[in-house]
Ligand binder design. Structure first.
Ligand SMILES: [Zn+2]
Length: 296
């Protein structure tokens, strides 16, 4: 299947002519052979972009394409030299790989040039190649090396240029589109580039203050808990969240502290706590009685 012209230009099927023109200009600059003269894949993409624009910018051709899915002059599915299809693959990503990025080798099922006939579709004597049914390509699962940048999230699509299916009879490869699914983490909860976690403090640490180490997605950091810190206070560690995909910097880590209580008081420790209560009296529900019966 040929790629959808609207998808090639990244516009919707209802896009106005002006939008189509702007999308084309932006992509044409990006994939211009003048800028990417060393890159065969960019040249192929540029041709595809130009073809999509040629059809969608011509009202009669666009109308025909909308109704029949083809336009006069487009290449058909088995045309020699046609670019191969894009191949989509989903990849499960561990939380740690989001923080640091990862090099992976993926098993990709795609069409590749037929080895039996050298992608010609015919064997010696001119008969159709039985290995590929005369198409010049066979469906195989092959390892593809892939570098995942830091900062991916569930639903992100990464394009690996030129690692999709080979086109028939020596046509160039389409792209490999990798969709990422990021696993949840037992300690860290992700909200975009920011990360949240809960950190337990002993009542003694909360009372007297302490320097507490906290695991971060990138390693470890420390928070200074001031004396008298209540449960639920949030400490923000700027830049200790996850890296931003395709941008510099990282999000923040939000650490919510929870004060844990000791268990197993005996006669002696209970007496000590009573002494403390006398020395440090508290009135944490001050003024609450006025709300009885829902009064405001
Ligand atoms: Zn073959």
């Amino acid at each position: 299947m040929r790629r959808d012209y609207y998808a090639v230009l990244g516009v919707t099927a209802t896009a106005a002519p002006r939008e189509v023109r702007q999308a084309y200009r932006r992509l044409a600059r990006q994939y211009s052979p003048d800028v990417n003269f060393w890159d065969e894949r960019a040249r192929v993409l540029f041709e595809e972009i130009a073809e999509a624009y040629r059809v969608l910018s011509d009202p009669a051709a666009r109308d025909m394409y909308d109704r029949f899915g083809t336009a006069a002059g487009t290449r058909d599915a088995l045309a020699p030299g046609r670019r191969g299809d894009d191949v989509h693959i989903a990849v499960d990503v561990a939380f740690a790989e989001v923080a640091r990025g990862a090099a992976r080798t993926l098993g990709v099922t795609r069409f590749s040039p037929c080895r039996a006939c050298g992608a010609r579709g015919r064997v010696a004597g001119g008969a159709g190649c039985p290995a590929c049914g005369g198409r010049g390509v066979t469906r195989v699962t092959e390892p593809v090396a892939f570098t995942m940048p830091p900062g991916v999230d569930t639903g992100v699509q990464l394009r690996v240029a030129g690692e999709g299916s080979a086109g028939p009879f020596g046509g160039p490869r389409g792209d490999l589109i990798v969709s990422t699914r990021v696993a949840e983490h037992p300690f860290f909860t992700r909200k975009g580039d920011n990360v949240h976690c809960e950190l337990a403090l002993s009542v003694w640490e909360a009372l007297r203050g302490a320097r507490i180490k906290v695991p971060t997605p990138q390693g470890e950091a420390a928070i200074i808990v001031p004396p008298g810190t209540p449960s639920g206070r949030v400490f923000r560690l700027r830049g200790h969240g996850l890296p931003r995909l395709a941008h510099d910097g990282a999000g923040d880590l939000h650490v919510t502290v929870r004060v844990a209580m000791p268990e197993g008081l005996d006669a002696r420790t209970e007496e000590l706590v009573r002494d403390l209560e006398r020395l440090l009296p508290m009135d944490p529900r001050h003024g609450l009685e006025k709300f009885r019966g829902g009064a405001a």
